[in-house]
Design a protein around this ligand. Structure first.
Ligand code: ZN
Length: 193
């Protein structure tokens, strides 16, 4: 199904093999073996011009074969790392696309922060709609705070179908990578799609 092209290069520092999809050429990543920053360059098509050593599989010792198998895992790690970087960047863009201002007449009436599983937290609470309209899709934005009270991230809870003159509960989980000592409400916004 996939006709994705992969390239192989060797780390200039530790000579570890790094395999990457062609579309990642030009990116700089930490070497999965030794963490030295490596720029993913497409090797020359003509092997005679290659500045990298490609061992002949027939001459590999068992130790080198074992190392090769370890390298497979490293490749998966390198690709996962790239995907991770993209995911973080994607989230950043998401947070940057600010919605319209806070919803008039809609407020967080109560909320609490509770520890969840593995370094995560739950922000649960309720919002009230004191307007006469149904709000199809509202979003409660929180900022998470670190131990020094500085903003460490954001998290948003979505509340759907908020009835007029009624309350609705919400719950959202923070990310395990977020430092959370406390949180504060930013506001309730229209959740535009
Ligand atoms: Zn390396």
């Amino acid at each position: 199904m996939s006709d994705q092209v992969f390239h192989k290069i060797f780390c200039s520092q530790c000579r570890g093999k790094i395999e990457f999809p062609a579309e990642y050429a030009g990116q700089t990543i930490p070497c999965p073996h030794c963490q030295t920053l490596v720029t993913l360059k497409i090797p020359p098509a003509d092997p005679a011009q290659a500045t990298y050593d490609y061992p002949d599989p027939a001459t590999l010792t068992p130790a080198e074969v074992a190392k090769g198998q370890k390298t497979k895992l490293s490749i998966i790690y390198a690709v996962a790392l790239l995907l991770g970087v993209n995911a973080v960047f994607g989230l950043f863009l998401l947070f940057r696309s600010k919605p319209s201002g806070p919803l008039e007449g809609v407020q967080v009436t109560t909320w609490k922060l509770e520890p969840g599983e593995y370094r995560t937290f739950y922000l649960t609470g309720a919002v009230s709609n004191s307007t006469s309209k149904v709000i199809a899709d509202a979003r409660v934005d929180f900022e998470t705070l670190d131990g020094a009270g500085a903003v460490s991230g954001k998290v948003s809870a979505v509340v759907s179908n908020l009835q007029p003159n009624a309350s609705s509960e919400f719950s959202v989980q923070t990310s395990a990578t977020q430092t959370v000592w406390d949180a504060k409400v930013v506001g309730v916004f229209l959740n535009k799609k």
